[in-house]
Ligand binder design. Structure first.
Ligand SMILES: C[S@@+](CC[C@H](N)C(=O)[O-])C[C@H]1O[C@@H](n2cnc3c(N)ncnc32)[C@H](O)[C@@H]1O
Length: 225
């Protein structure tokens, strides 16, 4: 190993250890189950990109979703199904909010590497949270018994109308997309809220709004298919 490599390895290790130590302190200070879950993710899944999934922009978009949902339809749900649920941050934020009464959240993602991380993050809500690996285009939606279907990853799926057509008529949905065209993994960005609404063509729209961020604007629709 060269000297540069040794220094880089040491720096990375130090950063990981420091992040863990800081998060353990934050978890102790706040007594927050979510912060404890995040601490466990850092300890058990050092390869997970939690710094991206839990950065202030991602958290801001999810707080916006949570608040808008509460104001629009309230906080009581039997089963929420989250598609493209990634590391389960949105689910954890719902469970962490005492205004919500949610019996269960199922988080589906096509990437088999993210489920274990989501389970760790939501470990404290064991029995109420499941992370499942599946392509959202292949799920038997009529059997899922969801009273809310959330997809905040609409910019990541090629054909939003085709996916929405799989949901039973009348299903309540919360959808987010954005105009962050320059991000390579975004295969289906939209230029405006109007374009997003046109793409989704919901049966009823209970909420529609935009959240400007530094590099892009996020769009959200709540309604029924
Ligand atoms: C980068 S993440 C989430 C970004 C989004 N802004 C958010 O935080 O909600 C997008 C996720 O969608 C997942 N995904 C993409 N296509 C999918 C599909 N067909 N079925 C299920 N999950 C999918 C990816 O694996 C990834 O974890």
């Amino acid at each position: 190993m060269t000297k540069t490599m040794q220094t880089e390895t040491a720096t990375t290790t130090d950063w990981h250890d420091s992040a863990f130590d800081v998060m353990r302190g934050v978890a102790a200070y706040t007594a927050s189950p979510l912060m404890r879950g995040l601490t466990q993710v850092i300890a058990r899944h050092p390869q997970a990109d939690v710094a991206i999934a839990f950065n202030h922009k991602q958290v801001g978009c999810k707080m916006w979703a949570r608040q808008s949902l509460f104001e629009t339809v309230g906080g009581k749900f039997k089963r929420i199904v989250v598609l493209g649920g990634w590391y389960g941050v949105l689910a954890a934020m719902f469970f962490d909010d005492s205004r919500f009464e949610i019996q269960a959240i199922d988080s589906y993602d096509i990437n088999p590497a993210v489920g274990a991380v989501a389970e760790t993050l939501n470990g404290v809500w064991q029995g109420r949270f499941r992370a499942l690996t599946a392509d959202m285009y292949t799920l038997p939606y009529h059997t899922l018994e969801a009273d809310l279907v959330i997809n905040t990853s609409c910019e990541h799926i090629a054909d939003l109308p085709a996916w929405l057509s799989l949901l039973p008529r009348g299903t309540r949905v919360l959808l987010q997309s954005n105009d962050y065209f320059s991000e390579p993994t975004h295969v289906n960005c939209v230029p405006s809220l109007e374009a997003f609404a046109e793409q989704a063509r919901l049966g009823t729209v209970e909420f529609s709004g935009s959240l400007p961020m530094k590099k892009y604007t996020r769009f959200m629709l709540i309604g029924t298919v």
